[in-house]
Design a protein around this ligand. Structure first.
Ligand SMILES: CC(C)(COP(=O)(O)OP(=O)(O)OC[C@H]1O[C@@H](n2cnc3c(N)ncnc32)[C@H](O)[C@@H]1OP(=O)(O)O)[C@@H](O)C(=O)NCCC(=O)NCCS
Length: 166
């Protein structure tokens, strides 16, 4: 069974490792090696973990566990109405882990009063987000922290107003 919960600081390295495994194992077929190397730089250093924990954009970070192991990660930036991340390890893909993360991100967004979510999807993840009702706004480029540009698909989804409790 898959459970989704908020990240604890002790999970930071596992979060980055899942991100890197997904990029290198699932997205690498769709991007040049230079993009993959900047998107998921190896090794995961202590410095990278420390920087990740600073969290300047106040991401709400989630992990998905299967049999006690972290196999998926997600992130929401409420201030930008942005679904920031959803990544699943190759070994756990196509088992509903990514969907569980997206459902929880959307629930948290609705709980905070957001009426829509935007995201920059990888080319790889476009069918996944389409399956979740996201629509393509435009195709463009996402600029990685290193300055490297990567092809992306800008998508958006309206969220239903949260049910009122009378
Ligand atoms: C995109 C990603 C998060 C999907 O996670 P997942 O756990 O495999 O997704 P799910 O099992 O919940 O898939 C739900 C549905 O999405 C669609 N889908 C998911 N992956 C797909 C793919 N590679 N091709 C086509 N449709 C896909 C399918 O409709 C699927 O339902 P189905 O398996 O019953 O056919 C995962 O493949 C990943 O981490 N990719 C690489 C990293 C990446 O690019 N992440 C997004 C960054 S913006």
């Amino acid at each position: 069974m898959t459970t989704v919960r908020e990240l604890r600081p002790a999970d930071a390295r596992a979060f980055l490792e899942v991100h890197h495994a997904a990029v290198r194992g699932l997205a690498a077929k769709d991007y040049p090696q230079a993009v993959i190397d900047d998107w998921a730089p190896l090794p995961v250093t202590d410095k990278a973990v420390e920087r990740f924990l600073l969290n300047p954009d106040k991401e709400i970070r989630l992990v998905a566990e299967h049999d006690g192991k972290i196999v998926g990660i997600g992130a929401l930036v409420v201030g930008k109405a942005e679904l920031r991340a959803c990544y699943v390890t190759p070994g756990a893909s196509r088992k509903g882990v990514g969907s569980a993360l997206v459902r929880e991100i959307e629930r948290l967004a609705q709980e905070r009063g957001l009426g829509f979510l935007e995201l920059d999807s990888s080319v790889t993840a476009e069918p996944f987000y389409l399956a979740h009702g996201y629509e393509v706004r435009e195709r463009g480029e996402h600029i990685l922290r290193s300055g490297q540009a990567m092809a992306c698909v800008k998508m958006v989804k309206s969220l239903q107003p949260r049910a009122q409790h009378l």
